[in-house]
Design a protein around this ligand. Structure first.
Ligand code: GLC
Length: 590
């Protein structure tokens, strides 16, 4: 039977006995996860990061595309969420095949976003509000329009000939391996001039750089230092697990196209850490910044090698909790079912692996993910309630929370009537794959509705006026139809809104050190309705309980006996049962 995307996790009934057993088990193991060092936290461990997709944030030029001045003009919105850093997705010159993740100059600003002066102003104005700007480094690949690639592709002897991954065809003329790129289609593209193939993990317009070449590494480090000299507060490092290539050999075909998913062959290849330690030494070491690597393919048990004193980054984005639907690889038309307990154990695993040595980002959305209220809750969930549940979990887990633009307003997915409405390059590739695999056009579109990255890229909704205040021109992507109620101004004036809840939690986190420095323990690990965990610092302890289901959820008897409820996302008394989609924070009386 084919599975059409939607929310597939099932909430099964469970017995009281299993809850109690789970609770005891969990309490037993969790004591071992104590905070390893009492070292004072760094600024980026105490703050929350706000992620901006500049193209969709705020347009001041009237061309339908967001820009740097639009960000500078809205910094107070970010400050009011208690965020001390902004992760800016790429703003460098780019042909925009992948909206800036195809860079043609690592040291510039794309004219559609403004100029270097605008960037300097942004750093300065953000600084006045104690907000630091974090840049996105896209170093696995460049654009095919970068001067490096234009030169490299000319022939086999030019000075940049070895800056990308070039290989001869197999004797029959076919590509060197049968790898499928992450955006669909073969990962190798033929180049007439050189009579060779080049490798691209993503689109053909994003050729992979050759990290084996020391000149390439030097040029990349130099670009990163350029931004450090401007005073940026850190880096998010894109697709970094793909930089080390393994032996070039075919993988077992995993689809109708006879190809094999590239990431299963190339992610986190042995030897990669050598490159990354050099990167750290040459660029990051000793600076008051933070680094967060996008680490697809790094399992929770690998985390100690990647983060912390012995690791290479301060944090890495680890994706097991957002990829529960994609356990069959990154192919949208083969979604899998999952249960709340799987989400909880994925989160607990990453909390646990970074507890002793290291730190983790906490995130449920970014520019590549569906909106969290459509992603993690049963079909039919009230988006406003679900958004508050997710906010509560996000801002009370251990680690640095990342809020993605729109998440603080309770954004939901879109569902446009045909694939032609979608801009996202991966949506087109995945749609094609679904059709090739025999799905009907309606089914293929349903996969896009659920997974498309455009769900996360519709413009910011600032108020109820023209184009929700995003632009006076034609928005590059349609504004979501819910903008009359879901927008920053309306929500700022409503104490019960998602935005007000985020602001309140942001302050709460700032004033409760147990939420930043405290240890994490999962409670009720076997419960299929409730995610519960505690954060403890010395003799202070806060407990979060969040009902992810559409039914009342009873807390085990005596669970809250010693606790006072301090925050609750739903009105009503504390009768030992959570309302559907209710989150609470309790303080334990000690
Ligand atoms: C990362 C980015 C994504 C981009 C890809 C290629 O996964 O988050 O948006 O398309 O890398 O750079």
């Amino acid at each position: 039977m084919r599975i059409i995307p939607g929310v597939h996790h099932m909430f099964s009934a469970k017995s009281f006995v299993s809850v109690v057993t789970g609770l005891l088990l969990c309490l037993a193991v969790s004591t071992a996860w104590a905070e390893a060092s009492g070292a004072p936290l760094k600024w980026w461990q105490k703050t929350t990061v706000y992620q901006i997709y500049p193209k969709s944030f705020a347009d001041t030029f009237g061309n339908g595309i967001g820009d740097l001045r639009g960000i500078t003009g809205n910094l107070d919105h970010i400050r009011d969420l208690s965020c001390g850093a902004i992760w800016l997705t790429p703003v460098y010159p780019s042909p925009m095949v992948d909206n800036g993740y195809d860079i043609s100059d690592y040291k510039g600003i794309d004219p559609s976003y403004g100029n270097m002066e605008d960037f300097d102003t942004l750093i300065k104005e953000a600084g006045k509000r104690n907000i630091r700007i974090v840049m996105d480094l896209v170093f696995n690949h460049s654009s095919d329009q970068h001067s490096w690639f234009k030169e490299s592709r000319k022939n086999r002897v030019n000075p940049k000939a070895d800056w990308y991954i070039w290989r001869d065809a197999k004797p029959d003329g076919s590509a060197p391996t049968n790898w499928r790129s992450i955006f669909g289609g073969p990962a190798w593209t033929w180049c007439e001039e050189r009579q060779q193939y080049y490798l691209h993990t993503f689109a053909p317009q994003q050729p992979d750089l050759n990290w084996e070449n020391p000149e390439v590494r030097k040029a990349l480090y130099d670009a990163a230092r350029f931004w450090l000299d401007k005073g940026v507060g850190g880096f998010r490092i894109d697709a970094i697990t793909y930089i080390k290539k393994p032996e070039f050999r075919d993988g077992a075909p995993d689809g109708e196209d006879g190809l094999s998913a590239i990431h299963t062959m190339t992610a986190n290849t042995p030897g990669i850490l050598g490159f990354l330690h050099e990167f750290k030494r040459e660029v990051f070491a000793g600076r008051d910044i933070f680094t967060v690597g996008e680490a697809n393919g790094v399992a929770p048990e690998d985390l100690p090698k990647w983060v912390g004193a012995q690791g290479v980054f301060d944090m890495v984005f680890e994706f097991s909790h957002v990829n529960l639907h994609l356990k069959n690889g990154e192919v949208w038309c083969r979604p899998t079912e999952w249960k709340l307990t799987e989400l909880k154990s994925a989160l607990t695993a990453s909390q646990k692996m970074t507890a002793a040595n290291g730190w983790c980002p906490v995130f449920f959305e970014n520019h590549d993910q569906p909106r969290c209220v459509d992603h993690f809750f049963p079909k039919g969930a009230d988006p406003k309630k679900a958004a508050k549940v997710m906010a509560t979990v996000l801002l009370t887990l251990r680690g640095t929370p990342f809020i993605y633009e729109g998440q603080e307003l309770g954004y939901t997915n879109v569902a446009w009537p045909s694939i032609d409405h979608y801009n996202d390059i991966s949506s087109h590739g995945q749609h094609r794959t679904a059709l090739e695999e025999g799905f009907s056009p309606e089914e293929a579109l349903a996969f896009v509705h659920f997974f498309s990255r455009d769900n996360a890229r519709t413009p910011m909704q600032w108020h109820t006026g023209l184009n929700a205040g995003f632009t006076t021109g034609k928005p590059w992507l349609p504004i979501h139809s819910n903008y009359l109620t879901v927008n920053a101004l309306t929500e700022a004036n409503d104490p019960d809104s998602v935005l007000s809840w985020y602001r309140r939690l942001g302050k709460f986190r700032r004033y409760h050190k147990e939420l930043t420095a405290g240890t994490y323990e999962e409670l009720l690990p076997e419960d299929e309705q409730i995610y519960a965990f505690s954060r403890t610092l010395g003799n202070r302890r806060l407990v979060t309980v969040a009902n992810f289901s559409l039914r009342d959820a009873a807390l085990p008897r005596n669970f809250a006996d010693n606790m006072t409820r301090v925050l609750s996302s739903e009105p009503g008394g504390d009768d030992g049962s959570l309302r559907p989609l209710e989150a609470r924070i309790y303080r334990e009386k000690r």
